[in-house]
Write a protein that binds this ligand. Sequence first.
Ligand code: NAD
Length: 504
Amino acid sequence: MTFQTSRHKSLQPVGLATRYLQNLRRRDFLAGQAFVDGQWMSDGQRDPVIDPATGEEIAHVARCGAAEMQVAIAAAERSFPAWRELLPARRGAILRSWASLMLEHADELAILVTSEQGKPLAEARHEIVYGAGFLEWFAAEGERAYGETIPSHKLGSLLQVRMQPVGVAAAITPWNFPIAMITRKAGAALAAGCPMIVKPAPETPLSALALARLAEQAGFPPGVLQVLVGDPIELSTPLLGDTRIRALSFTGSTEVGRLLLKGAAESVKKVSLELGGHAPFLVFDDVDVEKAVKGAMAAKFATSGQDCLAANRIYVQRSIYSAFVGAFAAAMAELKVGHGLEPTTDIGPMTKLSVARKCRSQIDDATKKGARVVSARHDESLGPNFISPTLLSEVTEDMLIAHEETFGPVAAVLPFDSEEEVIARANENEMGLAGYVYTDSLRRALRLSERIECGMVGINTASFTGPPIPFGGWKQSGLGREGSRHGLAEYMELKYVCFGDLAA
Ligand code: NAD
């Protein structure tokens, strides 16, 4: 391996991603063409794709604009009647075939994810399996979009409620899970009978376009699944105002989510928003410290901390506070930082420089206000997108990190004294995606799971996501749910039908 100074001025394995990409069997994964109306479009300008570890250009992708989006909307609209009319089992068969192709090409997809997103290869591979799981699950759930029969309040009448596909759907997806955030949305929409147009994050287009290649191979008719990459505003503006787009699903920052919600109001769409979090992680003194540390490690450092479920405030009861901080620092010291394609790496680069900058500003702010840096091995030569795992203790609520999402490998640990106090502090935040509670008391677990203000709660576990659960948040963390039957309902309309005059 040669190490040299790259455009980023970092001591990183320049050329590593390129070498991996050159060896891909599926050369079409690197073609960088958008997928519109069953055609691969590559005319016009192209944008570079950057390896966030080294700053190198590793590929180029076609830049779509408003004109291409108009073509896509019209194609999706045309494809809707036939797709809606297919038997759910037939739609499910195509979704399953898409999932099988993803698993067949899991290693190659993982290389794409790591090369453009930065996460360690093992995590990227896990994302492919996790992402394919949504397609398999919704393939079956589409067959269970049951309606209802309502006991009638009118003599001689029969009351039915049906679930019908809402129409063309659009997805705007983030860079932290460039595969799974597409399949979680598209699996539900396509199973419901809705065509979907996907606009992935500009940082991670290769993963999205490779998914489109596999979707074509799986047999979706033209226009049913389309992927367009390019400038976010140029591509989303036509979607927002157009009444042919009946549903919009977004994952990303709260700021952009608010803009999209406002924009979608113009055409009164069904909108679902997954806007990130600021998860409180509560550790009570009746638990085994090692067990709680293991949970905190998983909840903080998955996806190098770039995860909306990441523990952003780790509250530890005062009597075990020092023991927890010591054990947590020791576990963090084991984490290896580096290029995601290096087999020993646990923490890769931040995908965006802005995220690394936000981490640094939170560390500076916290230390200025009295937080203690317990563990951090900053190595400037890693490059500007890298943040070494950093443990801040004695964090207080006036610090930025206590209320602003970190999205990186910086852990904030705060002491608390009583259950009443900690639940009030945990709920003070305007985010409400996930929360974690570590306790051996069943009563306390039940009380806190009821009182914590968020959409998902892990009791003595940091691992709870997957296709069957309703993923989503309260408060500023979003609207609607993904995964589960609730996720399918985001793409369906209820229709109430009253059959009257049935008396013989
Ligand atoms: P972002 O919200 O800007 O990007 C998410 C998606 O929205 C991308 O596809 C992007 O191209 C698109 N987008 C951006 N601006 C848009 C606009 N004006 N109109 C339409 N689409 C637009 O997020 P970011 O700036 O890349 O990251 C900033 C912060 O957002 C992160 O630090 C993190 O706190 C949060 N975030 C959360 C998640 C999550 O999983 N909920 C994912 C990514 C980012």
